[in-house]
Write a protein that binds this ligand. Structure first.
Ligand SMILES: [Zn+2]
Ligand SMILES: [Zn+2]
Length: 459
């Protein structure tokens, strides 16, 4: 029997980092890899382009709990009740938190900005999705339909707790999707685990986030931590406080543990450390799944961090900044009206404080504007709020990425001698660099949304 054809179609996050959703069709199955929500778009525009779904999905494999990879799962399951979702046990727990939080955010945006499409799904849809999802451990191959020989295996991707790469093995074709990977150890997470038997892989789908960022290649994690510690010390010694805007999943837990380690080593003054709501909820899951962290990771118990509280209450905000402290708060890109934006609004008016960014800020976000602000600039921190004059000079950026830099991505591609390489999850310059420089001699694709690609197996 001739081998049955394998097809790939991307529904989002190609040519940009947006709503990740990629379809692999193999041996009669339609498998959706991730179903994200676009972080920058609103309403239905934030969905992946489901009109290009070539068939109703049999399975949805969610690689991790970042909203750009999982945010439309309840919506999709309402449209396709026959699809079965899968994720690692830690990711299942994280999804419950993240998706319910998405409902809260969408309800708020509907009220504040009149976005009528919101919420795209309800708490009941989230509860239904959580009842349907299968929790699958790393390294445990599983089938998707009775009598169908295709087997899927999840392996650790580094990046954040529960993050997985996906291997889809059919009778005549094997696909490996890295998803978001971090090839080096972080404070709590271990590194991405390369797939077993890489020679058997016909098609590699690889993320390209840092494809256009040569600086990331030269950064040294420990050196960056040292600089971060020096910065904290400098601000705290002059009686200021430091705000670290951070993503709720991953960055918050990593930064909190970097801070407590530096404090216990005497490299940073022992002052109260605060964490905000969703980051704390995810932190509990990190503690519960300690066995999924790197070996010998020592996670500081959550109760050692104080709760930021309701910073919209001026009395709470005043108390928070009354004495020197370190505050790790969402959102990482300092979206208007989130805890980090409300706290920053107060902090930028006083020179003694510091604001330390530790992750990517999209150029259109408030975080990006704050990052590049100079004293005298006026910025708006709440939707409909008044402009506030920035007096603060200590606004810095430290590089603690949870993504592989591009030299590491090239290493990953070289270690997997597939026939086809498909680049996703990167903006246009990143994809261009990867197409040009990575995986030479192989059949390479930087697909457009909706483009259906036929994939040949190795001969
Ligand atoms: Zn991610
Ligand atoms: Zn991502």
């Amino acid at each position: 029997m001739p081998p049955s054809p394998v097809h790939f179609t991307s529904l989002g996050s190609v040519g940009e980092v947006g709503a990740s959703a990629h379809v692999v069709q193999m041996h009669g199955l339609t498998i959706l890899l991730d179903c994200g929500m676009h972080p920058k778009h609103e309403g239905r525009q934030a969905l992946p382009d489901f009109t290009h779904l070539p068939a109703p999905p049999d399975a949805i494999i969610v690689t991790h709990g970042h909203v750009d990879h999982c945010g439309t799962l309840p919506y999709l399951l309402r449209q396709y009740p026959g699809a079965i979702p899968y994720a690692t046990p830690a990711t299942v727990r994280i999804l419950d938190r993240m998706l319910n939080n998405s409902v809260t955010v969408m309800e708020r945006l509907r009220l504040e900005q009149g976005i009528e499409d919101y919420p795209l799904y309800t708490r009941e849809d989230v509860a239904r999705a959580m009842r349907r999802i299968y929790a699958i451990d790393y390294h445990r191959p599983f089938g998707l339909r009775p009598q169908n020989p295709v087997r899927v295996t999840l392996t650790p991707a580094g990046h954040v707790l529960g993050a997985a790469s996906v291997r889809i093995a059919g009778p005549d074709h094997t696909v490996f999707y890295t998803a978001d990977i971090c090839t080096s150890e972080q404070e709590l997470l271990g590194a991405y685990e390369p797939p077993e038997n890489p020679a058997a892989i016909d098609t590699l789908i690889v993320e390209s986030t840092y494809g256009a960022n040569p600086e990331a290649d030269t950064l040294d994690y420990n050196q960056e931590i040292k600089k971060f510690g020096d910065g904290l010390r400098e601000v705290l010694r002059r009686d200021g406080s430091v705000l670290v805007p951070a993503f709720a999943l991953g960055r918050t837990q990593e930064v909190l543990n970097i801070v407590t380690r530096l404090q216990s080593q005497g490299r940073v003054p022992v002052v109260p450390v605060y964490a905000s709501g969703l980051g704390r909820a995810i932190y509990e899951i990190y503690m519960r799944f300690e066995h999924d962290l790197k070996p010998r990771a020592e996670i500081t118990p959550l109760h050692e961090f104080r709760s930021v509280g309701d910073v919209w209450d001026p009395a709470v905000l005043h108390r928070l900044l009354a004495e020197p402290c370190i505050i790790v708060a969402t959102s990482g890109m300092m979206i208007e009206n989130t805890p980090s934006a409300v706290i920053a609004e107060e902090m930028v008016t006083e020179r003694k404080h510091g604001i330390f960014f530790v992750g990517y800020c999209d150029p259109e976000t408030l975080g990006h504007k704050v990052k590049h602000a100079v004293p005298g600039d006026e910025l708006i921190f709440r939707t409909g709020g008044r402009p506030v004059r920035v007096r603060n000079e200590t606004i810095r950026w430290y590089h603690f990425s949870a993504h592989a830099h591009r030299a590491a991505l090239c290493g990953v591609i070289d270690s997997i001698p597939s026939r086809n390489v498909i680049f996703v999850h990167g903006d246009a310059p990143a994809l261009e660099w990867m197409m040009e420089n990575a995986g030479n001699g192989r059949t390479k694709f930087a697909p457009r949304i909706g483009e259906r690609i036929a994939l040949e197996a190795k001969s």
